[in-house]
Design a protein around this ligand. Sequence first.
Ligand code: M6R
Length: 619
Amino acid sequence: MCGIVGYIGERKAQDVLLKGLSRLEYRGYDSAGVAILHGHKMDLVKKRGKLKVLAEELNSGPIPGAIGIGHTRWATHGAPSDVNAHPHLDCKRRIAVVHNGIIENYLELKNTLIKEGHKFISETDTEVIPHLIEKFYKGNIEEAVRKALKLLKGTYAIAVLHKDEPDKIIGARCDSPLIVGVGKGENFLASDVPAILDYTKDVIYLENHELAVLTKAGVVVKEHSGRRVAKKVARVKWDISQAEKSGYRHFMLKEIFEQGDILEAIQTERLRDGRIRFQELAIRDNIFKRVKRIAIVACGTAYHAGLTAKYMLEELAKIPCWVDTSSEFRYRDPIVDKETLVIIVSQSGETADSLAALREAKKRGATVLSICNVVGSSIARESDGVIYIHAGPEIAVASTKAYTAQLAIFYLLTLHLAKLKNTIKTARYNMLIREFRRVPNLVKELLSEYKPDYNPLAAYAQEFKRYYNEKHNKSFFLYLARNINYPNALEGALKLKEISYISAEGYPAGEMKHGPIALIDENPWVVCIAIASKTYDKMISNIQEIKARNGIIIAVATEGDKEILHHNINYLIEIPKVEELFSPLLVVIPLQLLAYYVAREFGYDIDQPRNLAKSVTVE
Ligand code: M6R
């Protein structure tokens, strides 16, 4: 939610800020702006719309200066507009602030500041920050920022400039991510690593309640109280090319096609001679042995990965398990204690609801394990132990490769726990490891049937659009599945609705007769996951019920299944034969691609769907 960039050095700040913001646009894209200092002059340009609107404006009249801050916004308080875009200024237009987060007590602060004579021009919560800093400014920007921070309640990562102190940028954070990029004779601030990777791989991860003072020559980190903190400089392992489209039309498509390689890399890293290794994990096996129940807590796609994990954990490790969305978990009274293992799943590691759930679980005495992608993220740092999925940067808002990587980690964790708890026979364990090892190649084989620029799913998407228009936009999607693929029905529907804005619901197929079947006439397209499994016959009955009511069926079936062809289905998607337990890793791939091609057919902005942002750092 919102991306921040700051630069101080010798380069043209405008170029560094625009490049950095383009790498952070996944965090928000309804408006963008920069403030750049040139001597004691401050230029401010901010525009409603995507970053390209700001870039066009800046490129038509470039701003000089080698120190500046920039922002790409996902609106919370105040509609997307030029005025509400960041940076925000104080009354005398000497102080500029960009902010990611929500200032919860902004109304109270704003009313006090107005009484004291401050003039506000935007509807944002952020604008109180430059005015507070102005109030406390007595010739030292760092001190004024520190005093202002004491009054803020809520979440923030901020970057601050003062035109009378044109040799520094101040950054500070509380519950929103902020990193410092350390260069030679130049330094950077950013919400996330991709923004600075073109210039440096040396990074300082700021902790909550830390403040950084950046000059050209160096970086000093302090607590908000002013006490200096010694920080380690970490070296980022991945390359900027991983955050580029590499010839694909969209990041989402690139990320879908990366999945075979990622699953292979996970196996190379985690599986040696049939033994499962979680090198970075700080939770010892004796703690796992004592676990009586597991709660998996996550949002969106990560929640669906958790739902799938419940099936495997209960079947193989025999540990009772429940799955909660983070926003529900923290506001009810979950039964969580010392014998509970809480697993927080989060690609970004910054999702505010999941972070709050993690803290609640810790308060209740649970051991908290997180499964994250972003190294050093807040959730990873605050957990008792973390397992990284190492899927590389996921840029598209619609999560794809993180999902399959999360599932792969869950399979390994399940087998590890089953072995520890002695709930699996060695022969079955070995068979499952052998079968799991086949999955990356099966995924690659499956993907090779869907060439990026022509594939049958693109043709189905075309057909759907034609049908949708013919039915006067009344068509929608239903996804039905049973057992361990039921969460894939939810995931397929989520993918479709978030990027194509077409109504889509996922249901356990057995629930159809309890209500949703009332929706079936000739309008819906129903994706039925009917792979070879113990519930295959039941799925076939569901297919017949839908056909009897004129629904259009896309069946996802196992290669070589001849029977499915006798059920009058309209479209067929085949997946390679695999042990049912691991089938979610294959089934989800065509569902991701179908969503992609439908959105592409309708001409939508696939990587940046409306109203969404990649990393949801507000509750
Ligand atoms: O970074 P996280 O995994 O915590 O994010 C959770 C959800 O916000 C995320 O999965 C979201 O639902 C995606 N847009 C789904 O594609």
